[in-house]
Design a protein around this ligand. Structure first.
Ligand code: ZN
Length: 367
């Protein structure tokens, strides 16, 4: 392990860019969210999909699903599938299907969609997840809202897709639920990496801005092996460390999206189940996300109206004006647009537990 790279990654986290305080403040908030996940999740293991599903069937199902929740999305989905545009130097389809483990499923910065397929029911989840990211385009651009909420809509939609597939009765319930099992497993491992990185940051600061192997080993030695957090960190610490070193940066930047995304998705899904009309909040997130920034009062107000637990309803701008990245609007800086209260924690915990209990009951039955 190269500990110089680790020291540099931590140094960069604290000192690069000009959003130092924002970053550190929200690290604590995300750590608190990570604790909710770790404390409320039992051990999960990855599940492999076994039944073959033709890719064309998955595309049909995705179309039907979008059509059921919002016909406009189905229309856009089909248009995007047919669309050819210039990406870099050459003209390509906007959506490309791959059958390899090397190609990750994602929507890249230019809006090009890569979907990694394996001809199982997992494909329809991957398609719908990635296309939900893509639906907000062509307005894709950097935004501080998508910096935190990018995954929230995509994961909420996975829950709705799960219900749609169960209702269809075409596939085994257990096979469908494997996707959710793997989603919660990924989120749990991500939550562990947030806590692990929190430990690294503390050790680094306590030791005069320096960290080495011995400090980490000593810290891990005194962790409680029987606690959920201890078990998770001790099992995955090498993997977490390797990820930081390979990427040259903390995993926080990426992982926070899934921690926030999964918890808020459980919350929003519960609201939609309680009252179907709440699906409008999901549409607002899809349509507004990525074209919007917290720095703009009207955009923050819209988010505040959506009753999202970690959005601070009382955030007020500090009256400092500055030009945004796209130079089109003048934004304001907020002190605390994200905040978490004890009530938020309770609400997020309850809604997370609901989803997880449902999953664990299924896993028990199929053991
Ligand atoms: Zn995603």
């Amino acid at each position: 392990m190269n500990y110089n790279v680790l020291n540099k990654a931590i140094y960069d986290f604290f000192y690069s860019g000009n959003r130092i305080n924002t970053r550190i403040k929200y690290f604590d908030l995300v750590s608190r969210l990570a604790y909710i996940i770790i404390e409320n999740t039992d051990e999960l293991t990855e599940k492999k999909f076994i039944k073959k599903v033709d890719i064309n069937r998955s595309i049909e199902l995705a179309t039907e699903f979008f059509n059921e929740i919002n016909p406009k999305y189905a229309e856009r989905f089909l248009n995007i599938l047919r669309e050819k545009k210039k990406y870099g130097k050459r003209e390509r389809y906007s959506v490309n299907f791959y059958k390899s483990d090397i190609q990750e499923s994602l929507v890249d910065i230019n809006g090009l969609v890569n979907i990694n397929i394996n001809e199982t029911i997992e494909d329809v989840f991957t398609i719908v997840h990635e296309m939900t990211h893509k639906l907000k385009m062509p307005y894709n651009q950097l935004s501080s809202i998508s910096d935190y909420f990018e995954e929230t809509a995509s994961i909420t939609i996975e829950f709705l897709l799960r219900d749609f597939l169960i209702e269809k009765n075409e596939f085994d319930y257990e096979e469908i639920m494997k996707y959710e099992n793997n989603r919660f497993l990924d989120t749990l491992e991500g939550a562990g990496s947030i806590i692990f990185e929190n430990i690294l940051l503390n050790l680094y600061c306590e030791n005069g801005n320096y960290i080495n192997k011995k400090m980490i080993v000593n810290y891990l030695k005194q962790m409680d092996k029987d606690s959920k957090i201890g078990r998770l960190i001790l099992k995955n610490q090498k993997y977490y460390l390797r990820n930081i070193i390979e990427a040259n940066k903390l995993q926080f930047y990426m992982v926070r999206l899934y921690i926030i995304g999964t918890l808020l998705a459980c919350d929003l899904y519960d609201k939609i189940k309680t009252d179907k009309k709440n699906i409008k909040s999901l549409f607002a997130l899809i349509d507004k996300l990525g074209i919007s920034s917290f720095e703009f009062e009207s955009d923050l107000e819209m988010l505040q109206k959506l009753d999202i637990p970690i959005i601070n309803p009382n955030a007020k701008p500090r009256f400092k004006l500055y030009r945004s990245y796209n130079k089109k609007r003048v934004g304001k800086l907020y002190d605390k647009f994200l905040d978490i209260t004890e009530d938020d924690i309770e609400r997020l915990t309850i809604n997370y537990q609901k989803e997880l209990n449902n999953l664990m009951n299924t896993n028990l039955k199929t053991k």
